[in-house]
Write a protein that binds this ligand. Sequence first.
Ligand code: IPM
Ligand code: MN
Length: 351
Amino acid sequence: MKLNIALLAGDGIGPEVIDQAVKVCDAVAKKFNHDLNWQPALTGAAAIDAVGEPYPDETHEICVNADAVLFGAIGHPRFDNDPSAKVRPEQGLLKMRQKLGLFANVRPTFTFPSLIDKSPLKRERIEGTDLLILRELTGGVYFGERGRKDDGNTAFDTMTYTRAEIQRLAKKGFEIAMTRSKRLCCVDKANVLESSRLWRETVQAMEKDYPEVEVSYEFVDAVAMRLVQWPSDYDVMITANLFGDILTDEASVISGSMGLMPSSSIGEKARLYEPIHGSYPQAAGKDIANPLATVLSAAMLFEDFGLTEEAKEIRRVVNKSLAEGIVTEDLADGAKAYKTSEVGDWLAASI
Ligand code: IPM
Ligand code: MN
């Protein structure tokens, strides 16, 4: 298969972890006879510095015309403490999600047998966890009307959802649930929010189209608690943009390191793959960041193109590296810590 992949390394540790994913993908392509054509493009603070814009039109052109986008991370501390900054790297990410129509963000959480004791949660609580949070990504409070009034002394951000937005996300949720354990949990705040009541009503109306799927409805605050109490109770969850943002960070600690969890963002046409960790500026340029979340995001990419064996091969070598202790410092636990690039080289050579 020939695939054109836009490569958006972005900021902080983005370029380093992306480099490792490219090595691994190239090794897979060689082994399985695929032709990968990488198309690097600017985004984030790196793009602001170069052209004054975090998601330039040239980058969008490359992404729209590519079969998929592999994305590193976005964000730079020099913008974080400057509320007056007019352009911010994160705006690039939001603009990209919106312009590419990436409405469904797929964030799986699973445990690795060799790392189970690295989790801050007890073994018996997390063993067998394999859940997937499907976060709505182009609507809700992230994209609602916002502003200031009262001479700047009142600020508002509005959470708006249309039935159609909920339906297309829920449809994905039902479809994914059908390929897994056929359990779907709609996470909302319907006891308070009108938009959540529309979520519930819409999902309830869709239940009859998927008679095999067992649907439950839970409030987001209760889920925040139960997710760390009994994560293995959950399978597929669907939720609004902001709730999903918060719950997926929470869920990422279950596996033991935020550096492990991959994600995909899916639109009608576009597909983007990215680690869920951020740009981790303290580690930038030091060759110490964990590249596995990005490498596993590349496995999701192969899988979505029907290249299941290729995805399996990536997961096999990742598991092997963890079992053999070829890991970066976040997982080394007093033993030898390998460099980001060494882990990438080891994975590519093991394929
Ligand atoms: C994420 C990030 C982004 C978000 C930020 C960087 C805008 O936290 O992808 O989860 O809030 O969606
Ligand atoms: Mn987030």
